[in-house]
Design a protein around this ligand. Structure first.
Ligand SMILES: Cc1ncc(C[n+]2csc(CCOP(=O)(O)OP(=O)(O)O)c2C)c(N)n1
Ligand SMILES: [Mg+2]
Length: 307
């Protein structure tokens, strides 16, 4: 379906099955009414669609490996944060791997509890977004889940938080790198890591705990699985000051599934070198290293991919 106020845009880049010309404000209202009416009529049978979604969930379950080097798993940190802070908290994210994991591993149940810049991809978004949420809903627990790169774009606002009394909580998923860019350098550029190592691991520059304390916040750090719950609980108990936790996590965790640049959504990769087989696909070796496999074959090899 393609709705656009400009008829010349319809089907310009991609053929639309259902073209709708109109103002988005009106089109969305009309569509919502149409969907409500269809539901009320009892004619909408969603059972086959749910069966398909459940099948996909079963074949490609969400999961992650613990880093082989013994470091902390970023997915685990985010999963625990979501469990401990719960569905009534508000979560804001930056841009990058941590953003994708925050979308995947927190079970959102309330509308308006997940703030991120989506396709606009704005590094530095998490801290100011969390500040806005906390100002609007002072009684809510508000967490910014930020990357070590993104955090360095707007962390000066912690001073505003401390001075103006905006007690947000920040979880830095510190993988020492511009992780999303590093993932692409790993997968598509023969591991030529260029300008992605930030020094937040090797040199601990900046030291996020000290930086946060310097700006009037409580600074905490966790580097092992055993410390994770304790520092999150500690942060949950503080509500008169902003709190920042530096979670030092492994550098090599990757986000899956992913769609590589220049490929279509039907080229989505479920895991490294593994692409789901869609209706009409032929079982052939795909371009480069990406092999198309059947769901059955994937199941056989999926043993090690869950937490
Ligand atoms: C202002 C800005 N600059 C560059 C980018 C491109 N970009 C997207 S994700 C990313 C890396 C983010 O690193 P980090 O905050 O450490 O998150 P990680 O991927 O490691 O979780 C970059 C450079 C962007 N989205 N916004
Ligand atoms: Mg990072």
């Amino acid at each position: 379906m393609h709705a656009d106020i400009d008829p010349a845009e319809i089907s310009k880049n991609r053929r639309a099955d259902v073209p709708i010309v109109g103002d988005a404000k009106e089109v969305i209202v009309d569509l919502t009414e149409a969907v409500r009416a269809e539901r009320a009529s009892g004619h909408a049978n969603l059972t086959p669609w749910w069966a398909r979604l459940d099948g996909l969930r079963e074949t490609y379950p969400l999961g992650y490996d613990w880093p082989a080097d013994g470091s902390l798993s970023p997915e685990y940190v985010i999963e625990r944060l979501g469990k401990i802070a719960g569905p009534d908290a508000v979560y804001a994210a930056g841009v990058g791997q941590h953003q994708m994991w925050a979308a995947q591993f927190i079970s959102y149940e309330q509308p308006r509890s997940w703030l991120n810049s989506g396709g606009l991809g704005t590094m530095g978004f998490a801290v100011p977004a969390a500040m806005g949420a906390k100002m609007a809903r002072p009684d809510a627990v508000v967490w910014a889940i930020d990357g070590d790169g993104c955090f360095q774009m707007t962390n000066q606002e912690l001073a505003t938080c401390a001075i103006e009394g905006i007690p947000i909580k920040v979880a830095i998923i510190n993988n020492g790198n511009l992780g999303m860019v590093r993932q692409w350098q790993n997968l598509f550029y023969s591991e030529r890591y260029s300008n992605t190592d930030l020094g937040t691991h090797k040199h601990r520059i900046p030291d996020f705990k000290l930086l946060s304390e310097a700006m009037g916040c409580v600074g905490l750090r966790a580097e092992s699985r055993e410390e994770v719950d304790r520092v999150i609980q500690q942060a949950m108990e503080i509500d008169d000051r902003p709190v920042v936790i530096d979670f030092v996590v492994g550098a090599d965790a990757q986000v899956w599934p992913m769609v590589a640049a220049g490929t279509g959504n039907d080229q989505i990769m479920a895991a490294r070198n593994i692409r789901p087989l869609f209706d009409g696909d032929e079982l052939v070796t795909d371009t480069g290293t990406v092999a198309a496999v059947t769901a059955e074959a994937l199941n056989d090899s999926a043993g090690g991919t869950s937490a």
